[in-house]
Design a protein around this ligand. Structure first.
Ligand SMILES: [Zn+2]
Length: 336
């Protein structure tokens, strides 16, 4: 059994060197991964493009056409103040979404033990109706939506420093796809309140932990151990998808949380006890010195080569009030 890494240079056709979400991110991550002692044990695979049919089941035609139109010109353009679209992005963004779906299927079939989708552009801010926050199409949501058709239960765990408003939006009224997120608050995009728990039959299947500036490994681990993991065990997912954003690392220029490199390996270890069928998909992370190390920590754990990287930081451990509030709210639906 192996860990699959799905990647293609074509993801870097989406690029704007002056923007934090640029091609240098994947280049530095691939470089660091190739240096890892376990690199030769990994299975590197190429993605297949997502069909227009599957894309249109998650995103509105208006939104799809907007990307398609810009993509067919020969100049880059902006969807909003911080989200750029490049020529050929209709293909590039569908390759990213196709990649996540492809490895989800592979892991469910047992063709790989687990997988990492090293993709760009990211996805978790893209709602059904709108590309935003550096994201064109919601890679994770598209994969989960398609896999759920097989009657599978999916847990999406989002540890990006930003709340994945798009993913939450797509599955807000469903009980077969759970969304768990911790994120810095207040921060972009402004969603992810404790009281956002889902609606209709989906009530209790969205769980948000808004953290404070300076919270780090100890405070986050309390949220995981006392809320997220006990709920995940009761939910019994067939597959776990991580929205992997390394902008929650303490050195990230767009962050404000204080997670350390080893945290990213440890969080995989914790969720492996819930369900070892895991797919990680890249979201944010903008410090080029650290994102490769965070990635290596996760893939080391996925491939059974757990490593420790020297990286410590002082954190604000105060989490008690938030913990109590989440327990009050989520305790209505789950034993915690
Ligand atoms: Zn982010």
């Amino acid at each position: 059994m192996t860990t699959s890494i799905i990647f293609t240079e074509e993801f870097n056709n989406h690029n704007n060197p002056g923007h934090p979400e640029n091609a240098a991110r994947l280049n530095t991550m691939m470089h660091d991964l190739k240096e890892a002692p376990f690199y030769n044990e990994l299975k590197i695979i190429k993605p297949e493009i997502l069909s227009e049919k599957i894309l249109s089941e998650v995103h509105s035609q208006r939104m799809i056409n907007q990307i398609k139109d810009i993509s067919s010109t020969d100049e880059s353009s902006w969807i909003d103040l911080d989200t750029y679209v490049c020529p050929k992005d209709y293909e590039t963004a569908r390759l990213a979404a196709g990649a996540v779906l492809q490895v989800c299927k592979q892991v469910l079939l047992g063709e790989a033990e687990n997988a990492y989708a090293l993709v760009r552009p990211p996805g978790h801010h893209a709602t059904r109706e709108r590309s935003m926050g550096f994201c064109l199409f919601n890679n994770t949501a598209i994969a989960a939506y398609e896999i759920a058709k097989q009657g599978k239960k999916i847990l999406i765990m989002d540890f990006d420093v930003h709340h994945g408003n798009g993913t939450q939006d797509v599955f807000y009224d469903r009980k077969d796809i759970m969304y768990q997120s911790f994120h810095l608050s207040p921060h972009y995009p402004g969603t992810g309140d404790i009281l956002e728990v889902g609606e209709g039959i989906g009530e209790g299947y969205t769980i948000n932990a808004p953290l404070s500036y300076g919270n780090g490994v100890k405070s986050t681990t309390k949220i995981l151990d006392e809320i997220f993991l006990p709920v995940a065990k009761q939910f019994k997912p067939d597959l776990i998808i991580f929205s992997a954003g390394y902008d929650s690392h303490h050195q990230d220029p767009l962050g404000g949380l204080r997670l350390t490199t080893n945290f990213y390996g440890n969080i995989i270890k914790k969720y492996q006890e819930v369900q070892p069928k895991i797919v990680c998909t890249l979201e944010g992370g903008y410090n080029l010195k650290w994102i490769g190390k965070c990635l290596v920590s996760q893939i080391a754990q996925l491939s059974g080569n757990s490593i420790k990287i020297k990286d410590t930081v002082k954190e604000d451990e105060n989490i008690r009030q938030t913990l109590v509030k989440i327990k009050d709210e989520i305790g209505k639906y789950w034993k915690i």
